[in-house]
Write a protein that binds this ligand. Structure first.
Ligand code: ATP
Ligand code: MG
Length: 361
């Protein structure tokens, strides 16, 4: 059997970038041999194994053919007869279809190195069209490698995929995985611009309002190095809560993402009216966003206010923080000592908090 390093690790090391994870492909082995060598099988759908010591992923070389709609429509073939070239051919982009052997020799049957040099995203073969996830992956690579551009033929194929209704059949967790990765890449806004370019944005996010402004806002937040959940909230800032919910349900977004997006949208009336809110309104808002029990999340929420509010975001966030700090100084302890019970304590805390907020307004 022969073992080759493939995919992102080879691409990134040729680009002189930091390599984050190694993916390996094995040619000429059976699953039984792999298990005998101590590898742990993991893939339900693919013959993928984890190395007994490094825990890195090793996949048996495979070919694939599309036979039906969606992700489940693929037929895989693995066997000791599958060659490295055949395995590389089923990969998305030429820059991701380069292998490296033990001695450091590069195997590059689809001219990935040339495309790396010319900074081009180019499909490996016509089979590119068979997996709609590739549209989303290429958009993610655009966010990761901002100096690269799309080959026109690849763009056409991506547009063809978008027109085919296949994107709708993707499994939400595969889609979200690429979105979350995109939000962590170098220029996340490019991910959404590329989706737009190949007509996939309106399929993935039909609810997104003010698309151009939304992407600009996200780009600004990303340029400041803000965390991915704030970027997500920035993107959805002008989309109403009902539609944010639809997006979240469809993509099954993790809680930390949808909470911030939802809460920042719900906070807009308070932020918009920052000078005129009274103490009761501020307290009601702090309770609605659960600021006293979730202080860390509250500070993240204020980042959204700081950078997404068109006017005076920084001042508004500071004011909200001041209001919060004054209210947060009030605790239950003195009221318990006074002998208050149950609901009375809550009422007394609220009253004291309103007084504290009023003082600083
Ligand atoms: P990153 O460094 O950002 O993880 P990567 O290229 O390693 O990028 P992975 O998702 O880890 O991306 O996939 C590893 C490799 O597997 C890719 O480089 C590509 O060759 C291949 N690959 C993964 N998903 C697909 C797909 N849907 N279609 C075709 N090839 C794919
Ligand atoms: Mg990888």
């Amino acid at each position: 059997m022969q073992i080759y390093l493939v995919g992102g690790a080879v691409r990134d090391s040729l680009l002189g970038r930091e390599v984050k994870e190694n993916d390996w492909v094995i040619v000429g082995a059976t699953p039984e041999q792999m298990i005998e060598l101590g590898f742990k099988p993991v893939g339900k759908d693919f013959p993928v194994f984890l190395h007994p010591k490094t825990n890195e992923e090793y996949a048996l070389a495979r070919t694939e053919r599309k036979q039906g709609r969606g992700y489940k429509g693929f037929v895989f073939h693995t066997g000791i007869d599958v060659t490295l070239e055949e395995d590389l051919k089923r990969r998305d982009l030429t820059i991701n279809a380069i292998a490296q052997d033990d001695d450091g020799n590069i195997i590059d049957p689809y001219n990935g190195q040339k495309d790396l040099k010319n900074k081009i995203f180019r499909h490996v073969s016509k089979a590119f069209i068979e997996d709609p996830l590739r549209v989303i992956r290429v958009a993610r690579f655009a966010a990761k490698l901002p100096e690269f551009n799309l080959h026109p033929d690849t763009l056409h194929m991506m547009q063809e995929i978008s027109a085919s209704n296949e994107i709708e059949a993707l499994e939400p967790q595969r889609v979200w995985k690429e979105i979350a990765r995109a939000l962590n890449e170098e220029v996340p806004s490019r991910f959404f611009e590329y989706l737009e370019l190949c007509d996939a944005l309106k399929i993935l996010f039909p609810e997104l309002e003010e698309v151009e402004i939304a992407i600009k806002r996200l780009a600004y937040a990303a340029s400041l190095g803000l965390r991915p959940e704030v970027l997500w909230a920035a993107l959805l800032y002008h989309t109403d809560s009902y539609h944010i919910k639809l997006i979240d349900q469809r993509l099954n977004t993790p809680k930390k993402y949808h909470e911030i997006a939802y809460l920042s949208h719900e906070s807009c009336p308070i932020w918009a009216n920052i000078e005129n809110n009274n103490a009761e309104e501020y307290l009601q808002w702090l309770k609605m966003v659960d600021a006293f029990r979730r202080p860390e999340r509250f500070k993240i929420l204020l980042e959204v206010c700081k950078y997404c509010e068109e006017c005076n975001g920084i001042l508004k966030a500071e004011k909200c923080d001041e209001v919060y700090e004054s209210a947060n100084q009030i605790t239950a302890e003195p009221f318990v000592k006074q002998g208050l019970k149950g609901l009375e304590i809550g009422k007394a805390i609220d009253k004291a908090r309103i007084e504290a907020i009023s003082k600083i307004l």
